[in-house]
Every structure is written in C-alpha cells, then in structure tokens.
Design a binder for this molecule. Structure first.
Ligand code: BMA
Length: 333
C-alpha cells in the first residue's frame, strides 16, 4: 500500500469508513459530539482541544471554559480517543528551576506535539492581551512553562513536529486584542524555543468567501511525501457574525513558508446542530489530528460551536487529491 504519511502506524486510532452517501472529502463521526456539556464541575464547555497518542493510549490538553468565564487548560486521558476522562484541576506550570509559577489568567486553543521525546503545549496565553504561550513536559505530571513566543497580540501558535533545518518552527497568526477581523498565517523559527525570528508569510486570506476574513493554523502539520499537510480554519463575516470552516493546504517540506497547494473549497463547514448551535454558533475549529501512516487514515479533533468536541475523518491520498483537483484560482474579473 502507498505510504504518503511520513510517521508512525496508529492502528488503534478512532475510525469510521466514509458513508456511501458522502459527497465530502471529510466525514463526521456518527456519534458526535464526543464531549458534551458539563463533563467536569469547574467548566461547562470543553472544545478547541489537543490530543496525541501516548503509551499505547491517548492523552490530551483540553480547553475548558470555567464558570467564571475564563478558559483554562486541563489534562485528559482516553483509551480510545473517544471517551475522555478529563481532570477537574487545571494545569499548573513550573519554572525551569522547579518553582511554581503564578497561575495563568487564561489559556485556550491548545496544540500538543512531541518533538525529540519532549511534549510541547502551545496555547493562547494572556500577556497583556493574547499571545502564544509554550510549555513542555516529559511525563504529563510536571509542566514547565517557557517564555511566551511573541509580543501580543498573536494566536494559533502551532509547532511543527520536528526541527526544520536545525530550528524549531512555529506557525502563528498576528491578531488584535479582541475578535480580530483580519489575519494571515505566518511562520517563525527558533534555535531554542526562546528567541523567535526569520518570520515569513505563509498564507493570506483570499477572495473565496468562506476564508476572506481570517485564517489560522489548526492541528500540528502532518508530514507527507508531498509536503506538510496543513489543516486550518478559514473565517468569513456574515450579518450574524463569523463562520469558521475547515480548510487544507500543502506546504513545502524544507521551506514551510512556501505554499505548494491550497484548496478553493472548505473541507468541512458548520452543518450539524452541534456545530450550528451553541455558545458561538457556526464554528468548526480543528486543533489536533491522529493519523495512521500505514493506512493514511486521519482523524480530525475539532471544537464545535465553542461548546463541544467532535471528530471527523479523512484519508490522506483522497484529501491531497482533492486539494490538488480544486486549487485556489485568481479572482475572476
Ligand atoms: C477565536 C478563538 C477561538 C474561538 C473562535 C470562535 O477568536 O477565540 O477560541 O473558537 O474565536 O469564537
């Protein structure tokens, strides 16, 4: 069988075959949402969260919006990546010297990645406004918070799963202090996860209406023989607010600021009641994938309506074929 994903097998990942009637390149888990409301005492809504394989099972860092309105980061564990056991207490961070840090005011939209046997969390962290926070752990017991990556305001910091040309590499999206009516995806490099530079533009909003307001990187990019598969969110503005859909593109393996292919169509847009109804209606916000290099199966873990967590599936060759068959085209005059 053709192996397009460069990575490990993951035969125990969640999966459902594409329904016969499906006309889409990405299809939903038929028992969505996988996390409903009020599953922990401290926070009513768990969404926009990150999961990863860990010791034959799965572990995740979850965004839980607490009853005081502030989002916090909670650890969760699962045997099947569907039924999650989420800790009541939110994560506490230490300094490199072992001392406990002052609690963060808020943390949201986490991403989780393993690089050289260390796990890194990036999230939207308060620093006189939102920016990208970084923490690392080896055991999911002690979490060491590093320097914030950027000046405020920035969001959607997503690390690549390996160094590229000797540096750590992070996608990010400069933004404003509020609900940001603009935003393009950039990439930045660091030799040590402290000093960030070589900032490059990766992808801009486009004339296609589903992604003409702003974009943000989603899950950790997936390395493939065709380049980095980047799943992202694209946003448009309507009379009743923003709509968040899911898109996909391919970046150059050695120079991820080079956009090789982008797709004119979304691959998932809010349609189901758990996506169109909730705290913020019409939001599909992907933050993680699980993938099996042997079969090319990809499960996308996404937040729905800022209220629920849900799963959708795609297959890498089908998705790449779809991206290439439906490229962005110049605006028609
Ligand atoms: C963005 C982020 C996301 C959220 C989205 C829709 O700005 O805050 O966490 O899902 O808005 O409300």
């Amino acid at each position: 069988m053709k192996k397009t994903i460069i990575g490990e097998p993951l035969s125990n990942m969640p999966w459902q075959d594409e329904p016969k009637e499906s006309q889409n390149v990405m299809w939903r888990y038929d028992r969505n949402p996988v996390i409903g409301r009020n599953v922990i005492q401290s926070g009513g809504r768990i969404f926009n969260s990150a999961i990863i394989p860990y010791k034959g099972e799965f572990i995740g860092v979850f965004r839980a919006d607490h009853r005081n309105g502030y989002p916090q980061l909670h650890l969760g564990r699962s045997k099947d990546a569907i039924k999650w056991d989420i800790e009541e207490e939110h994560l506490k961070f230490h300094n490199e010297n072992g001392s406990l840090r002052k609690p963060i005011l808020y943390g949201y939209d986490p991403r989780l990645v393993e690089i050289e046997e260390t796990y890194y969390i990036t999230w939207c962290n308060y620093f006189n406004g939102p920016t990208v926070g970084i923490a690392k752990t080896k055991d999911f017991k002690t979490f060491i918070q590093l320097e914030n990556a950027f000046l405020p305001f920035n969001r959607n910091g997503v690390l690549f799963p390996r160094k590229i040309n000797g540096n750590y590499v992070m996608l990010n999206r400069p933004s404003d202090n509020g609900h940001t009516p603009f935003g393009d995806i950039y990439v930045s490099e660091s030799p040590d996860l402290t000093y960030w530079g070589k900032h490059r533009l990766v992808m801009k909003t486009s004339h296609y209406w589903w992604k003409n307001t702003k974009l943000g990187a989603g899950p950790v990019p997936i390395e493939t023989t065709e380049g980095w598969l980047l799943i992202y969110h694209g946003v448009c503005t309507t009379c009743s607010g923003y709509i968040y859909s899911i898109g996909a593109a391919i970046l150059d393996t050695d120079n991820p600021s080079k956009l090789l292919h982008d797709c004119e169509n979304y691959i998932l847009t809010p349609e189901e009641p758990y996506e169109t109804t909730g705290f913020v209606p019409n939001v599909c916000f992907p933050c993680a994938t699980l993938q099996d290099a042997d079969t090319g199966r990809i499960a996308v873990f996404y937040g729905a309506a800022d209220t629920y967590s849900a799963l959708a599936f795609t297959q890498v060759d089908e998705l790449i074929g779809y991206i290439k068959a439906n490229p962005n085209k110049p605006i028609l005059q």
